[in-house]
Design a protein around this ligand. Sequence first.
Ligand code: ADP
Length: 465
Amino acid sequence: SGARVRRAQNKRLPQYLERGVDVKFSDVAGLGKIRLELEEIVKFFTHGEMYRRRGVKIPGGILLCGPPGVGKTLLAKAVAGEAGVNFFSISASQFVEIYVGVGASRVRALYQEARENAPSVVFIDELDAVGRERGLIKGSGGQERDATLNQLLVCLDGFEGRGEVITIASTNRPDILDPALVRPGRFDRKIYIPKPGLIGRIEILKVHARKKPMAEDVDYMAVASMTDGMVGAELANIVEVAAINMMRDSRTEITTDDLLQAAQMEERGMLDRKERSTETWKQVAINEAAMAVVAVNFPDLKNIEFVTIAPRAGRELGYVRVKMDSVKFNEGMLTRQSLLDHITVQLAPRAADELWFGSDQLSTIWAETADNARSAARTFVLGGLSENYHGISNFWVSDRINDIDTEALRILNSCYERAKEILEQNRTLMDAVVNQLVEKKSLTKQEFFRLVEMHGSIKPMPPSI
Ligand code: ADP
């Protein structure tokens, strides 16, 4: 073994090798079915001979597609870690240099090292930085990039099907990659890694909590439901910040509150980067606060999980999440009264706009919820729930359409008045919720109910936490 050591010492030190990569699949959470695809890549290394004997081609390149922070780098490392092979990495933005020829020579050096230390994973971060379709960039920068891209193609082809060096690249824009890169034998396998859903977020939080002194009763569900739209990198950060909170207070355990506070900070950080004037934040806050303040009065709607004005996936404004009795809701067993309550809540933003800004200054911020109310009101009438129109038989006659609309309008008006009345009775509560929303951007269930207890004029049942 003395000879081996000497030979190793004579060799140039690899520049792109990451030492001590010790990531396993168990460190990456919320993968679901993607995990099977990645386990197969590990097998290309561990059972390479078997694949070759059976004439199965081993892909030279795998593309991990998805937004920043979802764990693409972590996954590439986990593949290397599980297979027990070396991990080489470079960010493609490092390829793109101002000096002609530098990028291409870096690519060559990277692959030479990877081959000398095979088996190995080569990880190229942000492939789109160099892999953008040719001809899209003009000038000498474009030439340099083309040279780099060509070199990369040559290197990829050199390993095709041999299974000793497998390239994994990450990108958020698989759609703009040069077609030559995704040709068979190159990056011909794409794996999409989406943002984690609710369960995924719980799992990711738990993975990061493993090495931390967590209180036994930590409510991961509460933290996960507050962090809609966040990715693994942000969730990992939340656990770190929560740990710092704990240390600062000289406590020995991380609590749910630490995590929720950290989540709010993470969100605020995210949102402060978003351009919105204070006036706009306030307007959105009034919109969302109104729904929560009205909903809390109604038995089927009062179970409010959180209130937020943070724009999230699919909701530009913000939202109030009401935890419905899902059996009742899905089976369509909502009572007549809770359907009316629902309409009232959906009209609350419109009522608040009138109360807070005056009827001559109405905005259209409530348009979407008003639409919900309108369609719910028609359902109500058509379903024969309205006092004036029991039984549905007559409603399918087209000449009754006007009657249906008139009746729906009557219901909308009465719900609207009810929403206004509740809001007027709860001006102090509204102001408190709006102020806190503008400041913190979202309120947890506990925070919201604390305000309800302090300022609410109708005492609701305490929430079941
Ligand atoms: P990407 O390469 O997609 O931008 P990274 O792999 O660099 O994301 O993620 C950054 C960090 O975020 C990781 O090192 C890890 O701590 C955390 N992270 C991201 N996704 C996950 C996940 N699915 N499970 C556990 N941790 C994750």
